[in-house]
Structure formats: structure tokens, C-alpha cells
Design a protein around this ligand. Structure first.
Ligand SMILES: Cc1ncc(C[n+]2csc(CCOP(=O)(O)OP(=O)(O)O)c2C)c(N)n1
Length: 282
């Protein structure tokens, strides 16, 4: 990836973080840590990898994304808004009954979404179904699924992992946002998953492990996966930092499901070089 592209993506990632923190503060609730950890993956996919058309969201040739860790919806909404799918004003109606952006992605209410998620463990199964349908219709579109590492404790993930390799779903690519924390504590303490890469490999996947905040590494891994021959589905285990980008949120369990206060928002904007875009918390 050339330097100019990397700079452009980094700038977009910062803009996404600014929007996420503002919208969460305005809503007064929501998932801060797991939204901030997934920003680079989403920014890369929507601005550099996926084929999609803002002016035609249902374009049949589009690639699909399933945010299986649906509680990170603010990150997806921020990126979709930066793409132009909806206005910034809509972002600040996050989690309101009269807004289109619910606390978890709802395909019936939000343009640009492919799946309703939030109940952890289900997204990879949905991605598989979409991918099988695309294959049947002769489409070359790809399906990307983003899962949390805590989410991998859900048994359904491994049923889906089995079926993707059984059906040789080359058009599915999974990402694990491996930030090491879940709702109640470190993943390894709650229910250890390591070695994660060996588990995916044992289920018949091609596995790569990268720094999930490094655009060059994301790009190389995705390209390698898409170029590689064979018939195994691909998973990229992206090592990330929960709360990435804001020093006092990074790695803090407390911010799993808590929004910043106005004061914290101001401090976060100082660090990111962003603006406070809201007047006051609801
Ligand atoms: C089936 C189900 N059980 C419980 C929850 C509540 N919940 C929301 S987020 C979360 C922790 C998820 O951890 P992880 O996948 O590691 O997400 P991240 O750390 O990236 O936010 C839990 C248990 C849920 N959304 N769905």
C-alpha cells in the first residue's frame, strides 16, 4: 500500500473515531471500546477493498459486510456516513426510537446494512448463507464477516466455521477483532480461546494473524487471502486494542458498554485533533 493511500485511510479512521465518540456521548449509552478497536478494519473495507455503490445500495454486484459483533454498530454507522450513505445529523440520533440508527444494526431501518446483528454468534452463519446464495446465482461478490474474540465463545461460530469449510466458501472472509477483552474481563480469563489461529486451522480455514490497526498489514493479508489458490475460506485474526485511539479508554474494561461523558469527549477530541460536534448529552 502506498504512503498516500495509507495517509488517506488513517485520516478517515480518525474522522470515524471523532464521529463515534460524539455520537456515543450524545446518545449517552453504547459500546465505546469495541467500536474503537474495529475502526481500521471497517475503514479499510469500505474505502479500499469492497465494491459498493453509495448511489445504489442494493446493487447486485456489491460485496457484503456482516458486522457479527453488532454492538460495534457506531463504528459501522460512522464509516457508512463517511461514505455518504446517510447524513451526519442522523448519527446524532443514535439509539433513538425516531432515528434509523439503532443500538445494534437493523437491516430494516438502516440503508447500507446487509444483516441484523447484535445477538452474538450468528453473523458468520448469515455470511455463509449470503455466500452460498451468491455462489448459486453465479456472482463473484465477496462476503466479509467481523467477529469479536469474546464472541468466539459462542458455539454457533464453530458450527458456521465447519460449514464454511465443508461448502468450500472461498467467497467468505472472516475477521476476528481480537482485542483481548470482553464484557466481564479479559477473554483468556473468562473462557480462554488461545491458540485462536490453531482452532480456525483445525476447522479447515486458511488463517493469518496481523496487527489490526496497521493498514499495510490488513491490505497484505487480504490480498494474500484473495490471491491464494485452494478452496478453504479465509480468516484474519486482527490483534487490536480495545478503545484504540484515546489514551484513557484504551485497554479499559469499563468502556466496553459505557459512553464518554462530555468532559471525556472534550479530552478525547484534544487527543484526536477532532471537534466536539454536539451541544450536550441527552
Ligand atoms: C448472544 C449474546 N449474549 C450476550 C450479549 C451481550 N454482549 C454484548 S457485547 C458482549 C461481549 C463481546 O465480547 P467481544 O466479542 O470480545 O466484543 P468486543 O470486546 O470486541 O466489544 C456481550 C457478552 C450479546 N450481545 N449476545
Amino acid at each position: 500500500m502506498d504512503l498516500a493511500t495509507k495517509r488517506r485511510l488513517s485520516d478517515l479512521a480518525t474522522q470515524a473515531r471523532v464521529l463515534i465518540l460524539n455520537m456515543l456521548t450524545k446518545a449517552g449509552s453504547g459500546h465505546t471500546g469495541g467500536s474503537l478497536s474495529v475502526v481500521e478494519l471497517l475503514t479499510y473495507l469500505y474505502f479500499h477493498r469492497m465494491r459498493h455503490k453509495v448511489e445504489d445500495p442494493a446493487w447486485p454486484g456489491r460485496d457484503r459486510l456482516v458486522l457479527s459483533k453488532g454492538h460495534a454498530a457506531p463504528a459501522l454507522y460512522a464509516v457508512l456516513s463517511l461514505c455518504g450513505y446517510f447524513s451526519r445529523a442522523e448519527l446524532f440520533k443514535l439509539r433513538r426510537i425516531d432515528g434509523s440508527l439503532q443500538g445494534h444494526p437493523d437491516v430494516r431501518r438502516t440503508v447500507g446494512l446487509e444483516a441484523t446483528t447484535g445477538s452474538l454468534g450468528q453473523g458468520l452463519s448469515m455470511a455463509n448463507g449470503i455466500a452460498l446464495g451468491l455462489r448459486l446465482s453465479g456472482s463473484g461478490s465477496r462476503v466479509y464477516a467481523i467477529l469479536g474474540d469474546g464472541e468466539l465463545q459462542e458455539g454457533q461460530v464453530w458450527e458456521a466455521a465447519m460449514s464454511a469449510s465443508h461448502y468450500r466458501l472461498r467467497n467468505v472472509m472472516a475477521f476476528v477483532d481480537a482485542n483481548g477483552l470482553q464484557i466481564d474481563g479479559p477473554v483468556e480469563q473468562v473462557m480462554g480461546l488461545e491458540p485462536i489461529t490453531d482452532k480456525w486451522e483445525a476447522f479447515g480455514w486458511d488463517v493469518q494473524e496481523i496487527d489490526g490497526h496497521d493498514f499495510s498489514q490488513i491490505d497484505e493479508a487480504v490480498q494474500r487471502a484473495e490471491r491464494s489458490g485452494g478452496d478453504r475460506p479465509n480468516v484474519i485474526v486482527a490483534r487490536t486494542i480495545k478503545g484504540k485511539g484515546v489514551s484513557f479508554i484504551e485497554g479499559k474494561l469499563r468502556y466496553h458498554g459505557v459512553a464518554p461523558t462530555m468532559d471525556e469527549l472534550r479530552r478525547a477530541m484534544d487527543e484526536l485533533g477532532g471537534e466536539v460536534l454536539i451541544e450536550e448529552k441527552n
